[in-house]
Design a protein around this ligand. Sequence first.
Ligand code: DC
Length: 230
Amino acid sequence: MGHQITITIDGPAGVGKSTLGRRLAQALGYRYVDSGALYRAVAWQAQNADLDPADPDAVARMLADFQPRVHANSRGFHVAAGGREITPELRTPAVTQASSRVATQPRVREWVNRFLQTIARDGGVVAEGRDLGSVVFPNAEVKFYLDADLATRASRRQREWQAGGGDPGLDQMQTDIAARDHQDKTRREAPLTVPQGAHYLDTTKLQPDEVATQCLALIRENLGARAIGI
Ligand code: DC
């Protein structure tokens, strides 16, 4: 097997990062790494321990002995804690809300970043989130930043909810995503930004297949350039 690189995907909520991440990981035989799931796991644990997710000292104390197990492969990213798989529980509205609270706390970000850097030590990962190309893996060989307009992202998220049997309504979805955009872009710690050297793709008018094809072409260009040493 040739040298395995690190690929990052950043962008706002509902833009298609996890769909693209899984597709790229499958096409390349890499592991898919979902950094948001780690922020969600911290929020899940705080909820479980009856802690206020907005209390940085309480959350930091909790992290001292929180050791979730993660399993990353090309199809998904699974998290287990307390001896059982918790991945499906990470997407409840309460955990979603609490995750954006804990994500503003520097000690939580350090904990997540160390976790991610350990997973990606040997390369061969497609990692997605908000600050992966800018802060966590500034030397990643290929970086993408995905964007799409708010209405498109809200309706994509609504379709995901409908597929799962729920439907919060388009207006509610749009309001929630706009609030998370604001929180992610204006926070002091590692705000969402286009990383230096990232390929910027506006996916508003693109199908997932088209996004994946464009990104794979860019990755192959990079891998080809490495193989022939240019
Ligand atoms: O991508 P997601 O919705 O699963 O992310 C959950 C929360 O974690 C969200 O509020 C953004 C935050 N997050 C972050 O701050 N940095 C990352 N690299 C990934 C997620």
